[in-house]
Design a protein. Structure first.
Length: 554
């Protein structure tokens, strides 16, 4: 927009103003930067004249176009911190209709306080852009009643007009503010009881989705038959729920899972867990959306204390249906977490994104396995089923066990440790069982860290009942299994066969010389397992003859 056009916007000729605005919107709908406005103070002049029209009653028919223009201009971060002021922020909040919901306790909203749909949507989009791009704008938001307005409208979710259009934008704005302003986060969590209203809003959406799930039938992502009783989230419902989950993650992020929770927090978590359980079993219009939903749930579960994890698998009452049952509990939610892990393993093709993709779900499954005996037993039967074919190493194949065993040797140490700890918990922290399912070579690093190379088990006490039911195939092959690689090996030809004693001695000395060269150059360092179960360096190879290494217990 040039200087002449900006001057026309300052004029009283509303028809010309409307034409310029329409032309600007048409030509810049996909534009995100406006470097030409940095000249001659044009950017400030344009913002100023647009807000003047918005604040004038006589320009009411132009308010929608002005807000649309501001929404486009606010994408550009240039000079926003200098331009924005509290008066303009308050104007946008008023146009978004957020102040209208303050001090409204009636079930029905007066018609005169309902904002125009177009203006409310454009104002909210503009606020989202400003809050994302400008620290000054976020600080100004913190000094207004924007948090109260957002929570008040959230509280009136059912009565909110055209809620499908503005609730998503409300949640996007709330997410940005809670992610980037700690004072707003504290106010919403503590003073405004935002978690309670977010849980109630999610519950309303789930109830609405449940009412329509019967008509969705087999079109649901992940639904096998039309008799599936889980709710179906339509795209807009799915988007709102995902934003709510991200806000809840921001609100609970500062809470340590190891801290003792007070009565209010305990009540909050007791209301939250059934909702998360239901959402883990929900369906969406595509696999991508379904996995996005589960990703947000997993992130939120990271902040949930361990003691509340058993509520993910409620007891099945008489007459209730469940696709996955174990020990009288509904395991649908836990099965969804396993499916999400398998999905993330499938899409993680390199070590670059291993931590980002796998760390949250592995942490959640670790917590789940530790939280409840039924969880651990169910996860064990899904991840480490009884062994049958032991002709291949544990890391070879496509099963979940094979994929996790491959990660035991990943260079991403945090993922390696999470996987090893998960498998160790499923094995009731028994070294012999861990070696049986993973091979000693894959498990050695984790066992060395825990001081268990000499065998034994971890410090956690587990139930004494045995869960190991070895198959006939495994028992038959067991004598021939090499514990280092975790599988049977075909008979190997003796390399010394046909050699004379002199030739054998010559080959042995070559090996000694090569080993001595590696030791002298620091490539390898000899070690043995000490009394504490951890590797200890030896000064000379002969020490290993005097103190033979302990073998892990089978």
């Amino acid at each position: 927009m040039n200087e002449e056009e900006i001057k026309i916007l300052y004029s009283d000729d509303k028809s010309k103003v409307s034409q310029i605005l329409d032309s600007f919107l048409k030509n810049n709908e996909d534009v995100f930067i406006f470097p030409e406005l940095s000249k001659n103070n044009h950017r400030l002049m344009l913002w100023d004249v647009l807000f003047r029209h918005i604040q004038e009653k006589s320009s009411e028919h132009l308010h929608g176009s002005c807000l649309s223009a501001l929404r486009i201009l606010s994408r550009d971060k240039s000079e926003v911190d200098v331009l924005i002021c509290e008066k303009w922020i308050i104007t946008l909040i008023e146009k978004a209709g957020l102040y209208n919901f303050l001090n409204i306790d009636d079930e029905s909203l007066p018609a005169e306080i309902i904002p125009k749909k177009e203006e409310a949507v454009e104002a909210l989009k503009c606020l989202c852009n400003l809050a994302l791009n400008s620290e000054v704008a976020r600080a100004l938001c913190a000094h207004t009643a924007i948090a109260q307005g957002l929570v008040a409208r959230l509280r009136s979710y059912k009565e909110t007009p055209y809620k499908d259009d503005i609730m998503l934008l409300d949640m996007k704005l709330l997410f940005i503010l809670t992610a980037l302003r700690q004072d707003i986060t504290s106010k919403i969590k503590t003073d405004l009881h935002g978690m309670d209203y977010l849980i109630s809003c999610t519950n309303e959406i789930v109830l609405e989705a449940s009412l329509t799930s019967d008509t969705a039938g087999a079109s649901m992502s992940g639904a096998e038959t039309g008799e599936d009783h889980h709710c179906y989230l339509h795209d807009n419902q799915h988007a709102i729920v995902c934003e709510i989950l991200k806000i809840q993650f921001n609100l609970t992020l500062q809470s340590s899972a190891d801290e003792q929770v007070d009565e209010a927090e305990e009540a909050m978590y007791l209301k939250l867990m059934p909702i998360l359980t239901t959402l883990l079993s929900a369906h969406a219009s595509s696999e991508q959306k379904l996995m996005e939903l589960r990703s947000n749930i997993v992130n939120l579960l990271l902040s949930v204390p361990l003691k509340f994890y058993p509520f993910l698998t409620p007891q099945i009452n008489e007459g209730e249906k469940s696709q996955c049952m174990y020990d009288g509990k509904n395991m649908d939610a836990l099965q969804s977490l396993i499916q999400f892990l398998m999905y993330r393993l499938t899409v993680t093709t390199s070590t670059k994104n291993q931590y980002e993709n796998l760390s949250p779900i592995l942490t959640v499954l670790n917590k789940s396995a530790r939280s409840c005996r039924a969880h651990r037993k169910y996860l064990r039967q899904e991840v480490l089923p009884p062994l049958r074919d032991v002709s291949r190493p544990p890391e070879k194949g496509s099963t979940l066990r094979n994929q996790l065993c491959r990660l035991l040797t990943t260079p991403v140490t945090s993922i390696r440790d999470l996987v090893a700890e998960f498998l160790f918990i499923l094995c009731k922290e028994k070294v012999g069982r861990m070696v049986k399912y993973t091979g000693f070579g894959n498990a050695a690093g984790h066992l060395a860290q825990k001081g268990l190379l000499a065998g034994g088990r971890g410090n956690v006490e587990y139930s004494s009942s045995s869960e190991d039911s070895d198959t006939e195939e495994y028992l038959e092959a067991q004598p021939h299994i090499d514990p280092v690689v975790g599988c049977t090996r075909p008979p190997r030809i003796n390399p010394f066969e046909g050699m004379t004693e002199e030739q054998k001695e010559y080959e042995a000395m070559k090996l000694v010389n090569l080993f001595d060269k590696m030791v002298s150059k620091g490539v390898v360092k000899p070690a043995r397992v000490g009394a504490d179960g951890r590797p200890q360096p030896v000064e000379h190879v002969l020490e290993m003859r005097e103190h033979p290494p302990n073998r892990p217990q089978s």
